[in-house]
Design a protein around this ligand. Sequence first.
Ligand SMILES: CC(C)(COP(=O)(O)OP(=O)(O)OC[C@H]1O[C@@H](n2cnc3c(N)ncnc32)[C@H](O)[C@@H]1O)[C@@H](O)C(=O)NCCC(=O)NCCS
Ligand SMILES: Nc1ncnc2c1ncn2[C@@H]1O[C@H](COP(=O)(O)OP(=O)(O)OP(=O)(O)O)[C@@H](O)[C@H]1O
Length: 395
Amino acid sequence: MLRVGLTGGIGAGKSTVAARLAEHGAVVIDADKIAREVVEPGTEGLAALAGAFGTDVLTAEGALDRPALAAKAFADEASRQRLNGILHPLIGVRTVELMAAAAPEAIVVHDVPLLVEGGMSANYHLVLVVDAPVEVRVRRLVETRGMPEADARARIAAQATEEQRRTAADVWLDNGGTPDLVQAEVDRLWADRLVPYEANIRLRRPRAPMSPKLSPYDEEWPAQAERVLARIRAAVGERVLRADHIGSTSVPGLPAKDIVDLQLTVSTLDEADAFADTLSDAGFPRAEGEWWDEPQDGSAGHWPKRFHFGGDPGRMVNLHVRSRETPAWRLALLFAAWLRANPAERDAYAEVKRKLAEDHAADGTVEAYAQEKQDWVDAAFRRAEAWAAATGWTP
Ligand SMILES: CC(C)(COP(=O)(O)OP(=O)(O)OC[C@H]1O[C@@H](n2cnc3c(N)ncnc32)[C@H](O)[C@@H]1O)[C@@H](O)C(=O)NCCC(=O)NCCS
Ligand SMILES: Nc1ncnc2c1ncn2[C@@H]1O[C@H](COP(=O)(O)OP(=O)(O)OP(=O)(O)O)[C@@H](O)[C@H]1O
């Protein structure tokens, strides 16, 4: 199952995007709809609301008077929190039931307005944010839904900021234009990313080999790594000693292959084997076969590890699971920390990588230059160790 979180500010167009995803075959779980179910006449939720906000939030027939509750709930932050405290646990229980009922091969889209506010991002394989400029949203709510302007603005003020949503977004869907524009974007997203992502996880499918092409340093890499690490921590929790962004994409200013390297440090590889399926289901299929590191400092040795691929075709990830029993985990952290702290070494390394990539482009082989790169790296590790000793660096 692929769990996709869909969010956006009020009036941005979540429902429009959710409807398109449903047409493609997604199972949509709509939080606003569940929020209505749990306050239907006769429910525990409705009784709790009347108790907290008074019987004037009920209609003459005993149903919820939504505008009356909205007027009270969005008047001040304490009231809104009281409302959330009553309804969110009830909504949560029903959501878990619906998720559990979805088929194993389903692409489940959870349409939830308060995903960012609720800190829920790490529970999904992918987070989509729909956005439109505030004034456009207010106009849509007033003109097409007849919402009073002050009500629309009060809800916008009670929700996450654009910046908070950007931090959470794996995919940013701009719905400032006509609906067909965002729908075309959703069509591409479905075919190019969601469908293959789901299959990669279910079939434990490895990614095609990477092109060695170098990309210029991308300012987004650390934030992308952080989102992926948050997901991994949510899935495997205390079973890893630490989870880090390593490799070239973790060194600001360094060109790199557009692939985010992450490292999980575990006490023994038995631990890694025990959570391999959990990690695979969380979006990181385990790679078959034996994997190991050669000592990066040129000394003799053979250090077994486990290897998982990121299943998301839109964000390539290599996940190295290393045991604290071998030195490789520390060396990976050391090398990146040393490059970050020493721009001249970083630039020298960039040059080495550039020549290697050129070699590749020229005749498709890396023979000629690979040895030179290895010699540079071996010597670099000696300089990095000297730097660690001099500065007192520890992982
Ligand atoms: C206060 C209520 C009765 C007002 O009903 P109304 O029909 O006017 O709005 P509706 O439920 O269709 O929600 C429309 C939009 O308002 C915004 N909104 C709703 N509740 C909240 C909230 N607690 N905080 C911030 N924004 C909210 C969301 O963007 C939502 O999509 C209703 O919104 C409600 O019960 N809210 C509490 C439940 C909740 O938090 N729902 C959000 C998703 S879990
Ligand atoms: N691109 C668009 N151009 C014009 N109107 C739009 C566009 N997208 C959505 N709308 C209209 O704007 C309103 C809000 O859109 P929609 O219901 O999809 O937003 P939402 O984010 O789900 O809102 P809510 O948070 O209230 O659930 C609707 O009336 C919808 O028909």
